[in-house]
Design a protein around this ligand. Structure first.
Ligand code: CO8
Length: 258
């Protein structure tokens, strides 16, 4: 794995861990960090030994948003011609399941980054928000779209229009996060969840991810049809044979498809 300046990357068995590491700026997302996170995630995604990726920050901040100091003097032409922040889309192309372990602030681009992941596990001190309106801009990494799909129009509209923060109780009640855990249990819990996912058949977890995400992109009947075709495809894997054989033999399965 290459060396990075704004993140740390490690492998724990079949789990890849990417830790945002710009403590001086509460992990604000600058261009270098975007390039490094997307490169590291793509590299882990290509690695057959990796079955799940955890993305995390520090205890105080998952990420306090896009780097305001970097953006402050951008002109419209700078933003348009460089397609500012479009490279975050590379994270959506990652097929390996992504777990966001969120502690502290997940604001603006930080909230959007968490929502680019497949499962959000939040510590009790986590705070989510889209405060861009207070800076005279709007969310730009999918916040108006993904937050609306995650928690519905009423709350998403209020959050984006006022820029207020949401605590974990509200975030869990609203369906933004999968689970809330104690601050000092966050990494342990996220790693356990990631190891559980990584212990399944990797092609099958990719199929689950692709199928659930399809629900965002299409009609119910097309989505159900897509799911059924992918379900049929699972019978082409060795892991389907292993999973069902292990069940009938009353033993734990050992999945090997990569
Ligand atoms: N960008 C740059 N630096 C930041 C950011 C940020 N988003 N957030 C914090 N920092 C820096 C501070 O400037 C400070 O640096 P310094 O010590 O040099 O002054 C350091 O981090 C510590 O921050 P604070 O002293 O402010 O810490 P507090 O504990 O007092 O406050 C807060 C924590 C409440 C999180 C506060 O830092 C804050 O409000 N941060 C900004 C939050 C925000 O507005 N985020 C949204 C940014 S805009 C965005 O994300 C748009 C995304 C879409 C762009 C796409 C374009 C296409």
């Amino acid at each position: 794995m290459s060396e990075y300046a704004t993140i740390e990357v490690e492998r724990r068995g079949r789990v890849g861990v990417v830790t945002l590491n710009r403590p001086e700026a509460l992990n604000a997302l600058n261009t270098q960090l975007m390039v490094e996170v997307t490169a590291a995630a793509s590299e882990l995604d290509q690695d057959e030994q990796i079955g799940c990726i955890v993305l995390t920050g520090s205890q105080k901040a998952f990420a306090a948003g896009a780097d305001i100091k970097e953006m402050q003097s951008l002109s419209y032409m700078d933003a348009y011609r460089s397609d500012w922040f479009a490279a975050w889309d590379r994270l959506s192309a990652v097929r390996t399941p992504l777990v966001a372990a969120v502690s502290g602030y997940a604001l603006g681009g930080g909230c959007e980054l968490a929502m680019l992941c497949d499962v959000i596990i939040a510590a009790e001190n986590a705070k989510f928000g889209q405060p861009e309106v207070k800076l005279g801009v709007i969310p730009g990494i999918g916040g108006t779209q993904r937050l609306t799909r995650a928690i519905g129009k009423a709350k998403a509209m209020e959050m984006c229009l006022t820029g207020r923060m949401m605590d974990v109780t509200e975030a869990e009640r609203s369906g933004l996060v999968a689970r809330v855990v104690a601050v000092d249990r966050l990494m342990e819990d996220a790693l356990e969840t990631a190891a559980t996912i990584a212990g399944m058949s990797t092609p099958v977890t990719m199929m689950v991810k692709e199928s659930v995400n399809r629900a965002y992109e299409t009609t119910l009947s097309e989505g159900v049809r897509f799911e059924r075709r992918v379900f049929h495809a699972t019978f082409a894997t060795e892991d389907q044979k292993e999973g069902m054989t292990a069940f009938t033999e009353k033993r734990a399965p050992s999945f090997t498809d990569r």
